[in-house]
Design a protein around this ligand. Sequence first.
Ligand SMILES: [Zn+2]
Ligand SMILES: [Zn+2]
Length: 351
Amino acid sequence: MKSYQIVEWGKPLQMCLRDKPVPHGQEVLVKIEAAGVCHSDLHIRAGFFDLGGGRRLTAADFGSKLPMTMGHEMAGTVAQLGPNATGPKVGTRVVVYPWIGCGVCSHCLDERDTDCEAQQSLGVRRDGGFSEYVLVPKGRYVVPVADSLDLALAATYACSGLTAYGALKKMPRMSPTDRLLIIGAGGLGLASIAISPLVTDAQLVVADLDPSKLEAAKKLGAHLVFDTRSADTAAALKLAAGGPIRGVIDFVGSRQTAELALAVAVKGTVIVIVGMMGGSLEIPLPLMSPRNLTIRGSHVGTLDELKTLLAFAEEGRLPPTPLTTRPMSEVNDMMDDLDARRVIGRVVAIP
Ligand SMILES: [Zn+2]
Ligand SMILES: [Zn+2]
């Protein structure tokens, strides 16, 4: 089978011809039909995350070993079950939950794989979906999807949809007079606009520096879009929002965007940082308590949340986010386009 692998950090993925894996024990082999390209793939390919102040978290630090097949947004059909595997039968259309934990720690036993300290996430630490087949450790991580759901769109729910959903669920309860600020109208930002009516009553304000992305946000149902290239961004944004910004989801995660989030916060605002663009933030500590601020991270979502999200999609309650498909052989170009901010919504690789 053809797999697109990182062979050397910071270099383009290489097409490698490998044997089709044979599932052992509880493993399930899935034939990939669609694999989304994510912004975090750029960091993984580069081999590091920028921690600010010249410090880096390297891919080797968080347990990635080379060569490795990238791609964590996977949909396809079950191809073969290991002798002890349970789960959907051969031929079932499925989305793969890639955020897999060790399976034995208290977080994993509580079905919160995302909080596992020894994660084995597919496409991050183990071989993922930029390939013709992927080996999934257990059948429970292979979630059936209805025939009505397009597999390219379904694949995007495994990361961009799930991450947006997981972040939205960490917001406080808000009323229609409250504002929820979404920073970044990329794949995740647009997914959050599609999902938000199912999670919050707040009006959505979407900020980005790219007018074409803001246009896509508006089309998908953002109440207000805001171009962050304006002068005195924070003051102008507060004024334009037309109501208190009680929640912020930062899908960029740079010093500038986190500073913007803090600058527009009112008392009690919850700021959820999702993006990993890089950098660090200085926070005046005496403001945290009297302003009742919450700053927290949110990492993807649980298996249960993915199932809920797929059910929403199957019930027709999620407007589809913009999506383009391209042959998997162009995966490096797809990543370069994403890096250069040339992608609206999600781009999905087809083997
Ligand atoms: Zn992702
Ligand atoms: Zn665990």
